[in-house]
Design a protein around this ligand. Structure first.
Ligand code: ADP
Ligand code: MG
Length: 249
């Protein structure tokens, strides 16, 4: 089949289905993120947001449908999955830092092992990214000695150190104490302003409104509604969107 995906399309998901046994969790998702866009995904717990995100870099195997990253179908068995994955940075709710390594080592290890960078180069890139998230002074600290917000900023810097074309965030601030959320969101805002392509599962409606180019509302494994965030948040068209927003806004 000829691929008609425009070059500017970073992520394209076509008729994506995902089943766990008899439980169909994604029921035909069509959606895309263009290069440089920030797309936020909201929806109730269990609606399939994390599963969708994980299918985008094939941490989960889709049951059927296509996921096309920068024009490359990663559901095609001939695709070099590692090569495509290396273009995608991922940040989780739980920061997943290596606890027995310093912050700096957390940022250099994959650069050296996967990207085959020299130690000096990896350290230079790591330090530049730590500076970007405001944590250059913590290079020698261990994760346990950092606040949750600092750990999450390190996780973002670690992902950035691999020079991804796009970043996926799965509720990056949901595990944080409220006073720590702002610093992480600020780092994400800066990243968006630099033109990073981002797909963000979040409950931070302010972030979605301010930074998002598009807002997607999922419920029960389908996209119920999507559009301009101000439109969706301010004037939701579907009853299910209205019901959800009335609980969270
Ligand atoms: P959300 O992120 O929107 O809260 P998830 O994508 O995590 O939703 O989960 C959607 C549904 O899929 C839930 O019913 C959940 O129990 C189920 N699910 C998620 N991961 C698995 C798994 N590995 N095995 C079985 N069921 C799963
Ligand atoms: Mg989730």
């Amino acid at each position: 089949m000829a691929d008609t995906t425009p070059a500017t399309r970073a992520i394209e998901v076509r008729n994506l289905h995902k089943c766990y046994g008899d439980n169909e969790v994604l029921k035909g998702i069509d959606f895309h993120v263009d290069a440089g866009q920030v797309v936020c995904v909201i929806g109730p717990s269990g609606s399939g947001k994390s599963t969708l995100l994980r299918c985008v870099n094939r941490l989960e195997e889709p049951t059927s449908g296509q996921v096309i990253i920068e024009g490359i179908d990663i559901t095609d068995e001939n695709t070099d999955l590692d090569a495509v994955r290396s273009r995608i940075g991922m940040v989780f709710q739980q920061f997943n830092l290596f606890p027995h390594m310093s912050v700096l080592r957390n940022l250099t290890i994959a650069q050296q092992r996967v990207k085959k960078r020299s130690k000096d180069e990896a350290v230079a890139i790591a330090k530049a990214n730590l500076e970007k998230v405001g944590l250059l002074g913590k290079a020698d600290a261990y994760p346990a000695h950092l606040s949750g917000g600092q750990q999450q900023r390190v996780a973002i810097a670690r992902a950035l150190s691999m020079n991804p074309d796009m970043m996926l965030f799965d509720e990056p601030t949901s595990a944080l104490d409220p006073e720590l959320v702002g610093d992480v969101l600020q780092v994400m805002k800066d990243l968006a302003a630099e033109g990073m392509t981002m797909m963000v599962v979040t409950h931070e409606m302010g972030f979605a409104r301010e930074v998002g180019d598009k807002l997607v509302f999922m419920d029960g494994g389908v996209i119920v509604e999507e559009g301009d965030p101000r439109q969706v948040l301010g004037n939701p068209q579907h009853e299910r969107t209205q019901a959800f927003l009335s609980k969270v806004l």
